[in-house]
Design a binder for this molecule. Structure first.
Ligand SMILES: NC(=O)c1ccc[n+]([C@@H]2O[C@H](COP(=O)([O-])OP(=O)(O)OC[C@H]3O[C@@H](n4cnc5c(N)ncnc54)[C@H](OP(=O)(O)O)[C@@H]3O)[C@@H](O)[C@H]2O)c1
Length: 338
């Protein structure tokens, strides 16, 4: 055990992000000492949640940028685990190669080099995405994808479907991280979350929360993100952020864990979601008369059988359980009215 007496110590990159903030909280609640990084420690608004988190346990906030070589040396020094969560997520990048793909790969290897230098990091847990698994053409229905499946980089770069650069970035990050880990004797485990939703400590979320609430909020731009996700992945797979954070911890702590883990508890579609939400939340006037090429049933489902087989248990397994918490968070964020 290193640093902070007898506590295990974990570094979480990008602690002012949605998922990372929830992971920091989960680790502190489970007795870890946590070191987290942000690009701008002086941004009082973006970092305001750290005060509440610091009341839960030892939390140090450090400055680090994926684009600066060696920037994470201090953050991972003395840590047992490094959770690599920060990544460029600008889906609308005009030049995905330059703004998304290259910085994501370079930044991940940058943090991994810091982990090697530390001499204390026992395992790196990389947050990838379902975008690295299911963005590929499939014929017919009823496909169940597991960790053997990779998004098709050649197809993505040729056809350029919406947000193709993000999927490519996630595949290349995983592959380069894996190669680097093998060459440098690092224990690397990768978690591939699907659309992640539910309450987190941050008070602004730009990614999955507005999209998953779009049928309730009526925001068309956010709804189009959900439709794009269905189109490129053959369905809308979801997981609660609490389950994801527990899965990340599981991936760190289970000695035998290795390779990739898809983290998904529900597979649905935009149409199914609209019907469910219209019935459950009549006060929001959900439009169930949707246009566009939408699916009745998922053509593709993502399977977390590997995670479950190895002993992990999901707590949020139905849309009801997931949305109960999500709708409350949507109100706190001001995305939904009361
Ligand atoms: N949300 C989902 O549904 C979902 C699903 C699958 C996978 N993921 C993955 O989970 C991770 C976190 O996503 P999220 O939804 O939590 O997104 P988010 O809230 O936008 O968080 C992204 C984080 O990355 C940081 N970041 C971006 N560029 C950086 C750089 N050059 N240097 C240092 N930090 C940088 C951001 O810092 P700033 O605040 O300074 O910009 C922010 O803290 C990403 O790897 C994403 O691909 C998310």
């Amino acid at each position: 055990m290193s640093v902070a007496g007898d506590k295990k110590t974990a570094c979480v990159t990008g602690g002012n992000g949605y998922i990372a903030s929830a992971l920091v909280k989960k680790l502190l609640e489970n007795g870890y000492a946590v070191r987290t990084t942000v690009r701008n420690p002086d941004d009082a608004e973006k970092n305001s949640h750290f005060k509440g988190l610091q009341a839960l346990g030892p939390l140090t906030v450090l400055r680090a940028d994926l684009n600066e070589e060696g920037s994470f040396d201090d953050a991972v020094a003395g840590c047992d685990f490094a959770f690599l969560v920060a990544a460029p997520v600008n889906f609308m990048a005009e030049n995905p190669e330059k703004e998304l793909i290259e910085p994501a790969v370079r930044g991940t290897l940058n943090v991994m080099r810091s982990c090697v230098k530390s001499g204390t990091v026992r395992r790196v847990i990389l947050t990838s995405s379902a975008a690295a698994v299911s963005s590929r053409p499939v014929d017919g229905d009823g496909h169940v994808l597991d960790e053997e499946s990779w998004s098709d980089v050649e197809w993505l770069t040729t056809e350029k479907p919406p947000v193709w650069g993000y999927s490519v970035s996630k595949v290349l990050v995983e592959k380069e991280a894996c190669k680097f880990a093998e060459e440098n004797g690092i224990s690397l485990v990768t978690v591939c979350p699907v659309l992640t939703v539910g309450k987190a400590p941050v008070s602004k979320v730009y990614t999955s929360i507005p999209a998953s609430l779009s049928l309730l909020s009526g925001n068309e731009a956010d709804l189009s993100m959900l439709k794009h996700a269905e189109k490129s992945g053959g369905g809308v797979p979801m997981v609660h952020v609490d389950d994801l954070c527990r899965a990340e911890m599981f991936a760190a702590e289970e000695e035998a864990a290795s390779g990739r883990y898809i983290c998904c508890s529900v597979n649905t579609t935009v149409v199914e979601l609209a019907r469910f939400l219209a019935q459950k939340y009549p006060q929001y006037n959900v439009n169930t008369n949707l246009s566009g090429e939408l699916l009745e049933k998922p053509r593709v489902s993502l399977s977390s059988a590997k995670l479950v087989r190895e002993g992990f248990e999901f707590k949020y397994t139905t849309l009801e359980e997931i949305y109960d918490d999500l709708v409350e968070y949507g109100k706190v964020l001001g995305i939904l009215h009361n």
